[in-house]
Write a protein that binds this ligand. Structure first.
Ligand SMILES: [Zn+2]
Length: 290
């Protein structure tokens, strides 16, 4: 079998002394930071506030674009360049939506929402996509239903096509294809101290116990983390992986670990199920995350 060149990157806490961290970077490549629970929560809150502000800006741009459509806004050169004003507002609207959606998703993985109420969880975890629709769809509907005296046909077509394309992109980027519930994260947090070291790939959504796992064998960009103590709180390796977008344990690794006799009971697997859940339901009492 041919050996491919790969980088294996250690991901560790931000609290290590800068010099020590710099040295580790030199030795192993780039790194991602781990956080305590309190840090995760406060970072998630910040990200959510920024998202909310960006969505407000996006809605403001949408309103401005609609006002231009209705000729209710006086802007320099508006009559000659109406289409450019409308497109300009739509593009800013779109950019704000995309950034807000991505930040919102990041926050949802740092500090996940409870999955107990499935409907609420769906709304909150997919808010990026929903807000993209709120920030662009009304404008599209208004442009499409306007009479020709408000917008000429060419302007109408261009604005509609551009807005629809941007809406599709913003929605896709806003969807969380791997939503994580607070319960899953708590489940994992309870059990994951047993894994001292885990690996994941940049765009992967599962973490691995073995660097040689067949799912990541051909990946060239591997990150890893090791459990460590930060301010008296133990930050398990898997939590760092989860902060970086992983939602469950790789099925191949789970199988190999079981062969080795490791106890995986309570671990969230890559398909969202919990290992050993059918065997002993009593052992799965989950401690709520503080
Ligand atoms: Zn694996």
């Amino acid at each position: 079998m041919e050996e491919k060149k790969r980088t294996v990157t250690k991901v560790q806490s931000s609290r290590k002394a800068a010099s020590e961290a710099a040295e580790e970077v030199k030795a192993t490549g780039k790194k991602v930071e781990g956080m305590t629970k309190a840090e995760e929560k406060s970072k998630a809150t910040t990200l959510r506030i920024v998202s909310a502000i960006l969505w407000l800006v996006a809605i403001a741009c949408e309103v401005l674009a609609i006002l231009v459509v209705f000729r209710a806004l006086r802007l320099p050169g508006l009559e000659k360049a109406r289409i450019w004003w409308i497109l300009g507002f739509i593009v800013v609207d779109f950019i704000c939506c995309v950034i807000a959606g991505l930040l919102w998703k990041k926050a949802s993985h740092l500090d996940p929402f409870s999955g107990k109420n499935k409907f609420l969880f769906f709304i909150l975890s997919q808010l990026g996509a929903i807000m993209a629709a709120v920030c662009l769809l009304p404008l599209i509907i208004i442009v499409l239903t306007r009479k020709e005296d408000k917008l000429d046909k060419k302007t109408k077509t261009i604005v509609t096509v551009v807005a629809c394309i941007l809406l599709a992109i913003a929605c896709l980027l806003g969807i969380d294809f791997h939503p994580l519930t607070a319960e899953q994260k708590a489940d994992a947090a309870q059990q994951l101290s047993s894994f001292e070291k885990v690996y994941w790939t940049r765009y992967g959504h599962k973490y691995h116990l073995y660097e040689k796992c067949q799912a990541i064998r051909n990946s060239t960009d591997i990150s890893y983390s090791e459990g460590e103590e930060i301010d008296g709180e133990y930050v398990p390796a898997v939590r760092v992986a989860m902060d970086n977008g992983c939602t469950g344990l790789c099925a191949f690794c789970a199988r190999d670990a079981e062969k080795e006799g490791k106890d995986l009971k309570g671990i969230v697997l890559e398909d969202g199920t919990i290992a050993g859940a059918d065997e002993t339901a009593n052992d799965l009492t989950v401690a709520p995350e503080e």
